[in-house]
Design a protein around this ligand. Structure first.
Ligand code: NAP
Ligand code: COA
Length: 262
């Protein structure tokens, strides 16, 4: 079932980092359903290829897996060359790849902090810069960053991820301003707790889910597809005048002060 026209993204090509699992995979599924062709890029080749085959079969549209680490600009540039070589264009870029774990700041190693910033913050810049150089700067298009709400309140044990996502929110605004004249729109989605994802397995293990859900105004965790629906709108021409904005999709969780109490 779709709320949008099935040809909403017809003729478009999307490059989605971390598109082989969780929220990224749900986004790719909705993009394919609405007429886009997709390239999914991340480190785990086996899982990526399985996801690409599953999604292509499900939607009858091409989805190509390319192994790349967002921390390595050379790998990202090569993946984009492959995407553009295969499909002839690259209109939509989704920076969804991220790494996270719960760790008290005092116990977090220097490398642990740098690793999360490397994937989230530097990765988002690497992918955005390469995309602008290889396609978006000359043809226009749109970038969508997947952020979080951790840094709105300073969620405990999340200084690494929260500060990385804060930088991504800032980057969303900077790049929207710089690249608007090139007809590149840049936006972000800040998801709240999303059910059945690696993110929530790591941040809300065991019995924490039921306790957290009671604190969320809408009374439940979100579904990955509820992030995908917002993504679909934001990358489509329905959002043609929307740029530089971060959209919270969290059932009201952060406003209500939902807290990870370990
Ligand atoms: P996930 O399934 O683990 O997604 C993360 C993806 O990033 C994986 O597909 C992973 O693939 C890829 N990745 C990690 N490191 C990478 C690297 N160095 N280079 C390239 N790809 C890399 O987790 P998720 O929960 O769906 O999270 C997706 C996004 O939503 C993240 O940005 C996360 O911060 C955000 N978010 C999630 C929630 C939630 O409740 N789940 C809440 C707020 C925000 P490989 O292992 O193959 O590299
Ligand atoms: N608690 C504290 N520190 C941790 C940790 C944890 N649970 N997991 C990893 N680290 C630290 C490591 O100890 C290491 O630092 P050290 O050498 O000083 O000990 C540093 O982080 C790098 O770990 P490493 O495993 O080498 O990194 P990686 O690049 O192979 O993997 C991660 C990156 C750590 C983010 C890994 O969890 C990952 O690949 N995640 C992707 C999936 C994900 O996180 N999904 C949720 C998205 S919200």
């Amino acid at each position: 079932m779709t709320f949008f026209r099935s040809d909403l993204l017809a003729g478009k090509v999307a490059f989605v980092t971390g598109g082989g699992s969780g929220i990224g995979k749900a986004i790719v599924s909705r993009f394919l359903e609405h007429g886009a062709e997709c390239v999914i890029a991340s480190r785990n080749k086996e899982r990526l290829e399985a996801a690409a085959a599953e999604l292509s079969a499900q939607h009858g549209r091409r989805c190509v897996a390319v192994q790349a680490d967002v921390r390595e600009p050379d790998q990202i540039e090569a993946a984009m060359d492959q995407a553009i070589g295969t499909f002839g264009r690259m209109d939509i870029v989704v920076n969804n790849a991220a790494g996270n774990f719960l760790a008290p700041a005092a116990a977090l190693s220097y490398k642990g902090f740098a690793t999360v910033h490397g994937i989230d913050t530097l990765g988002t810049f690497n992918v955005s810069k390469a995309a602008f150089a290889k396609w978006l700067g000359r043809h226009g298009g749109t970038i969508l960053n997947i952020s979080a709400t951790l840094h709105y309140t300073g969620v405990p044990f999340q200084v690494h991820a929260g500060s990385a996502k804060a930088a991504i929110d800032a980057m969303t605004k900077h790049l929207a301003v710089e690249w608007g004249p090139a007809k590149v729109r840049v936006n972000a989605i800040a998801p709240g707790p999303i059910d059945d994802t690696e993110g929530m397995k790591r941040l809300a293990p065991g019995g924490l889910k039921a306790k957290l859900e009671k604190q969320i105004p809408l009374g439940r965790f979100g579904q990955a597809d509820e992030i995908a629906q917002m993504a679909l709108f934001l990358v489509s021409d329905a959002a043609s005048y929307v740029t530089g904005s971060v959209f919270v999709v969290d059932g009201g969780a952060w406003l209500a002060g939902t807290r990870l109490e370990m």
